[in-house]
Structures are given as structure tokens and as C-alpha cells.
Design a protein around this ligand. Sequence first.
Ligand code: SF4
Length: 244
Amino acid sequence: MWVKDIFYSFQGEGPYIGVPQIFLRFYGCNIHCAYCDEPDFSHQKKNYTRDQVLAELAPLMAKKPHSISITGGEPMLQTDAILEIAPHIEVPLYLETNATMPEKLDVLLPYIRYYSVDYKPGFLKEFTAFIAKIAAYHASPFPLESGSSATNDRHLNPPKTLQETLFVKLVLTPGFSPEETASVAKAVADLGIQIPFIIQPVTPFGTVQQKASMQDIEQNFAAAQTWLSDVRIIGQTHKFIGVR
Ligand code: SF4
């Protein structure tokens, strides 16, 4: 499995800001966002076995993390690797994904406790299918996939509500279309669910050198609020407090 980094820090985005986490950062992504702060050009990748990953995680567990962030790049490019590791990890898994590959999600559903699901422009159909699967699984009386002995299994460690387990995030670049934001929020509302909808003003990086304006923020907030009740503006806190 291709890993870029394993480290302890604090969640810097979304409703779980500030919780201590171990970050298991997989290498590589299937899309290319202009503002990406984990571009592949660095080529810092390690070809690890499952046991090497578990050996690096083990000493970090002593810091009592809230969860392990399975992140990237795009971790769902390496679903098989996540499945190899998940049954051997005893703290909840927190998946950060671009939601472009809903067809790969089913096998992970029994193992993931928290979902940080990004909307990426051009992938509304995939995004909608992705969150629909999570909502359906959460509402089902038994897991679609059974037989897990992991402590992440929801029978042993169940999420309390869908709002606790799933939130969506839209990175707000300058001039982002409020109509597109409204389409994303409507897609969520049309599923009959209400979950936190996070608008994350972009941190200038790469070819994106400007922040979103106050007008961008207000207009996109209002567009999302037309459809959803829990809309929040939350930036990337780890960037300004200076942690990874
Ligand atoms: S989906 Fe995430 S990792 Fe992939 S290019 Fe976009 S910001 Fe970077």
C-alpha cells in the first residue's frame, strides 16, 4: 500500500475541529484540485505492508486519539489497504474523501465511524450516490456487510445519529457559483436527510492565490441555507495555528 505519512495532530477542518487524531495519509489522488495542499509532485511515497503501518500507528495510540483520519490524497484509491488495516485498529475511523468513487464505498461501510465527504465540482452524481449509501446504511437495522470482528464494527461502537457520523464539505474558491452550492445542498435535502453542510473558504495555495470574498461567503451560505438547516462557515484552522 502506498502511504505518504503517518502522524499525530489535531483535526483542522469541519465540525470535529480540535480533536486529537492520528493521520494515516495515503498517497495519490484521482483528481486535481487547483488549491490542493497535498499534490503528488513531492513523490514522498512509501510502499508499506499492513504490519509496517500497524507498527507506526501503535506508539501513537498512547496519545489517546479521538479517531484515526484515513486521508490522502484520496484514500479510496486504496480501499483494499484500508480493509487490510481496519480490523486491527481499535479506535474509530474517520474517512476524508472526495466522494468521486461511490462504487467502492460498500465494503468500507461496516468500518467507518465518521465521514468527511467533500463535494468536488463536476461530481454531483457521484457525491449524491455516496452520501445516499451512507444514509441508507445508517438507517438499516443490520450492516449490509456482516462478519466484522473489529471494534470499529458499528454493533460495538455505533454512531448515535447520522448528523454525528456524516457531514459534507464544499471548498469555497473565489467566485464560486451560489447556484452550484444550491444544487449540492438540494441534492442532500432531496435524500430526506439533514446533516452539517460545511462551507470551507479556500486557503490560498498552488494556483489559487486569492481568498473567497465576504460576498462569496454570504451568497453561498444563503444558497445552501435555502435547502439545509445546519450550514456553517469553517476555515482550515490547522493552517493558522501552525500544526500539520
Ligand atoms: S481531492 Fe483532495 S487530495 Fe485530491 S487533488 Fe483535491 S484537494 Fe488534493
